[in-house]
Design a protein around this ligand. Sequence first.
Ligand SMILES: [Zn+2]
Length: 361
Amino acid sequence: MSRIEELWHVPWTAAICEVCDWAYLIPVGKVDAICPHCYQDTVTPLPEDAVMQLAAPEMIVPFSVSAEKVRANAEQFAKSIPFRPADLSGDTLHDRLQPVFLPFWLVDSDVQAVWQAETGFDYNVVSHEERYQGGRWQTIEKQETRIRWEPRIGRLQRHYDNIPAPALEEHDHLARLLGRYDTEAAQTYASTLLQEALVRLPNRNSADAWPDAEPILVKRAADECRQAAAAQHVRQFQWQSTYADQQWTQMLVPVFTSFYRNDEGQPMTVLFNGQSGRISGVRHASMQRARQIALYAGITAVLLFVLAVMLLVFEMPFAGLVAVLAAAAVFGAIYPIIAVAQFNRAQRDDWFAMQTRRQPE
Ligand SMILES: [Zn+2]
């Protein structure tokens, strides 16, 4: 029995896509699956010792979005693209859905610390204000809440569980595409929750992920110190801390991937949040389709011009009207080409901005 099988309680194995470098755990029977990220190649086996963390995840957020929602969002995505490629429709996206789980780190840690902070206590003050009302001065009583700040120093010895941290280098980009997950819905790992989905393996080690986990831990600690002081607010929290006995496990969150082919037959990946149904992917309008429509409009324009000239030559009515229709057809021949070029350029700029911009906190 392989280590993966032993730890995950399923006959699975590791595999990697040589094109996009995404590594997965995958049912043994699916080792020749197409990569559900780039859709450009099949995955190839990866030795177990190349896997960063072999242990099974601690928690899984299960797939919970309804089929109707996914279908409706796929439909809407397809409709949002003018002159969309022939291969793109709500149905094709829906039929090609591939479930994948993405990893997060969860770290448990013992903490010993000396801390100092200012804790804030609410108190009410009553003040009076003179206001000119109804032709005379009146005294109005006003209640106002103010905060009294007091310095506090203390020691803290605690164990913290399940502090989340990104396990993927592409985390920020994926988070922008997929939006939030409600991790309250996470369940303790059971192999039945995997449901034949592929599981993306982490590519970011715990040492790199720790700087993202620590601020969350500090925030939790500050809030606990606030509660211990029976205060309503806390500010300027500082501590000297030592961490011990850190345990790194994983939490998996659900994604559906799908794709459509552009004019050149290249697969364009589309992602769905497996919990909220949020969809995102490159929107690519079809120049082929635009050219086809432009060609028909162009032929119509030429025929109408010929007709207009003939009507003029034979001094028959409606020559002017036919000439106007011909001009409209010329516009119809130019518009699709410009619209598609502009749409694709705007999409490409958006996508590039999204890839390079760091996520705001
Ligand atoms: Zn790939």
